[in-house]
Design a protein around this ligand. Structure first.
Ligand code: PLP
Length: 447
């Protein structure tokens, strides 16, 4: 039996076996655990006392850095003051304050916020709002949802249906009906080693016209895309692509949803990627960075016209039959408010914008190392494609992630054979150098 902790306070032996870990190679983990005991700013500390630099902001979420005092204190104060208020028919003041603050950060008339607890819930909420919106406006035939190949929209049934990652879909039956997919936007021959948005690929948005011709616009409710497809290995949008999607959706009365669970809250140097690309979607889903990962929270920003469409009928009647016990949980709202204060007071979105060029330059320094097939950067993210080992897809990426943790004191993500990095936005230029130095050593070690 491998012990996770040797705390004298543990009455029950701390066996690693009972916990079925999510999206994890459980047997490999339990044979050689990667356990984290605490964190501060840019660093994690392992249970055996090592200090790791965080190259992935946890899971793309701790944008303000770890265990920041103002966030910790806000959570502590909130826990002592109000643990919970019913989310249905009752609420608490910080829910409204946070909704106002998030709306103020969003572009255009994206000015109402529906809260939930994760990115997956945000996506399923947005898809349901899209269907219900057309329904309340008398267009009940608009039921089709369009996602994109290689898209990641969490793990709810709606999210995996519109998502385009084979492994996340193939075991789970028929998913939901009436879903179609745009092609993904990656083409290595045309785009390899691009910094930022590739020149090639904007025309792929026109594939939406093909789907409209196939299904007819009158049956399509919404299109959902990540502005940058991050979880699949960081695929920045080709120049003009998102703008073209917007134009086609407008032409056909189709709602456009940006899934900004990763791109929101500074990852691309702006509050939302919508701002970077000058495109106003009809809804934005968010999670992760809203609380800098400290308390689970997600949400959907909707344009005024969508909210208003529901606000009719008798006033005592619930307008949208959807919500979660923990929508706008007091702890999450307190953490969210403190996090937004930190982003503002420390200028972290601007900081990300300034660091984008040195980050990209350091990342591209890995070009030419063994097995490096492509490097893509945008904002403070990078995807580094490594050649797969013969007959063992994903093994090189897995070994790199393990070696990073155990031997290079670095936290990165392995997505198949792609290494994905997205540091907290508080990273310094010297820490950027340190991280890519380590990544270079790791790539050589797994050659
Ligand atoms: C774009 C996007 N949508 C949704 C999700 C799901 O979020 P969660 O894991 O909080 O459910 C993720 C998670 O990485 C994501 O990247």
């Amino acid at each position: 039996m491998v012990r996770a902790s040797t705390s004298p306070l543990s009455v029950v032996p701390n066996d690693l076996e009972p916990y079925w870990m999510p999206f994890t190679a459980n047997r490999a983990f339990k044979a050689r655990p990667r356990l984290i005991a605490r964190a501060k700013d840019m660093h994690y500390f392992t249970t055996d006392g090592r200090k790791l630099i965080d190259g992935s902001a946890g899971l793309w979420c701790t944008n303000a850095g770890h265990n920041r005092e103002p966030i910790v204190e806000a959570i502590q104060r909130q826990a002592a003051e109000l643990d919970y208020a019913p989310a249905f028919q009752f609420s608490h003041p910080k829910a409204f304050e946070l909704a106002s603050r998030v709306a103020a950060l969003a572009p255009g008339d994206l000015d109402h916020v529906f809260f939930c607890n994760s990115g997956s819930e945000a996506v399923d909420s947005a898809l349901k709002i899209a269907l219900a919106f057309h329904n309340v406006r008398g267009n009940a035939a608009r039921v089709r949802l369009i996602g994109r190949e290689r898209g990641y929209h969490g793990v709810g049934f709606g999210g995996i249906a519109v998502g385009g990652i084979v492994g996340n879909r193939k075991m789970f039956g028929a998913l939901i009906a009436g879903v179609d997919h745009l092609p993904h936007t990656y083409n290595r021959a045309e785009q390899a080693f691009t910094i930022g948005e590739p020149e090639w690929g904007g025309h792929l948005a026109d594939e939406l016209e093909r789907l409209v011709a196939l299904h007819d616009a009158s049956t399509i409710a919404a299109v959902i895309v990540e502005p940058v497809a991050a979880s699949t290995g960081v695929l920045p949008p080709p120049k003009g692509y998102l703008q073209r999607l917007r134009a086609i959706c407008d032409k056909h009365g189709i709602l456009l949803i940006f899934d900004e669970v990763i791109t929101g809250f500074g990852r691309l140097g702006h509050a939302f990627a919508a701002e970077r690309y000058g495109v106003i979607p009809d809804m934005i889903t968010f999670a992760k960075g809203i609380t800098s990962g400290s308390v689970p929270m997600g949400g959907v920003l909707v344009r005024k016209g969508i909210y208003d469409a529901f606000m009719r009928g008798p006033k005592h009647v619930i307008e949208l039959f959807h919500g979660y016990t923990y929508s706008a949980h007091p702890l999450a709202c307190a953490a969210g408010l403190a996090t937004l204060d930190l982003y503002r007071d420390e200028g972290l979105f601007e900081r990300a914008r300034k660091l984008e060029a040195p980050w990209a330059q350091a990342a591209m320094g890995l070009k030419g190392l063994p097995n490096v097939l492509d490097i893509r950067t945008v904002g403070l993210t990078v995807g580094i494609d490594l050649a797969s080992k013969p007959d063992a897809v994903g093994k090189r990426g897995f070994e790199a992630m393990e070696l990073a943790f155990h031997e290079q004191d670095l936290m990165i993500r392995g997505v198949g054979d792609t290494l994905a990095l997205s540091p907290p936005l508080i990273i310094s230029e010297s820490q950027i150098g340190e991280i890519f130095d380590k990544v270079g050593k790791i790539i050589k070690a797994v050659a």
